[in-house]
Write a new protein. Structure first.
Length: 268
């Protein structure tokens, strides 16, 4: 006897995408479709994604490094879908020749592209004079670990690390955290307001044009699901809160890995 198909809600959960996550506002970014996809593939893969994750935003479709599969970036995640739409691979896909997770590398590319769309003028920046490294941090004003990270911002700067904040109020639009983010941005001195807000001080309500909605949408697009979310310039997610020396070590390791990958690519 054939097994009955799992309901789509169960399938969404099995893919690590709860229904509440799928119901969040999707970024208004058109999907990038690679013209090199075999005929009929786009329709089949779109149908599979729409059936499994009906509210999720499709970001990109392109041929996968795995024969017969398409790489689909959706809801801040990378999936590999068979060209006929029958199978979905979710999780690490390791290229043993290059010794890298191709799914994570694909997500890094999306992050770099997305982060470039937010100019410095729409970030709250704490930086030394000549930074050696720059991290983008998606932050929530009330998040405990976000506050711990900010307490060390001068130490990060002393180690040559620039910290550039983007807003990601975890409870979404209309929440208290969202209002606090707007208050910080609309303050006369947003840097000081960020410090004050993270210290628990109450700020005047914000009433100005602000980037909170765009940054929140970008966070969803690049896979932020907790704060703080710390990204290196090459799109690699370094984790959440890291003490200053640990963050420096993570940045150095990331830079070494990136250099080694470039060397290996050039040698082939």
């Amino acid at each position: 006897m054939r097994r009955r198909l799992a309901p789509l809600s169960a399938l969404a959960l099995s893919l690590g995408l709860g229904l509440s996550a799928c119901a969040q506002p999707a970024p208004s970014v058109p999907a990038q479709i690679d013209p090199a996809l075999p005929p009929g593939t786009e329709a089949a893969v779109r149908a599979t994604i729409a059936g499994a994750l009906p509210e999720a935003a499709l970001r990109r479709l392109r041929p996968a490094p795995i024969a017969g599969f398409t790489e689909a970036v959706v809801a801040g995640r990378v999936f590999y879908v068979s060209n006929d739409g029958r199978y979905i691979i979710d999780g690490a896909v390791i290229d043993m020749q290059e010794r890298r997770n191709i799914a994570e590398s694909a997500m890094d590319d999306i992050r770099v592209e997305g982060l470039k769309a937010i100019p410095a003028s729409q970030r709250i920046v704490f930086a030394p004079r000549d930074p050696k490294y720059t991290v983008t941090v998606f932050t929530d004003i009330d998040c405990g670990y976000c506050r711990m990270l900010h307490q060390h911002v001068a130490e990060y700067n002393a180690l040559g690390i620039a910290v550039e904040y983007l807003f990601f109020p975890r409870a979404g639009e209309g929440s208290e955290g969202w209002a606090k983010a707007e208050s910080v941005w609309c303050a006369t001195d947003p840097r000081q307001a960020m410090t004050d807000a993270k210290a628990g001080k109450t700020l005047p309500p914000g009433n100005c044009e602000n980037p909170v909605a765009a940054e929140y949408a970008l966070g969803q697009d690049v896979g932020v699901n907790a704060t703080p979310a710390v990204f290196a310039a090459n799109g690699a997610q370094l984790g959440g809160y890291l003490e200053p020396q640990r963050l420096l070590a993570a940045l150095e390791a990331n830079a070494a890995a990136e250099a080694a990958a470039k060397t290996a690519t050039a040698a082939r």
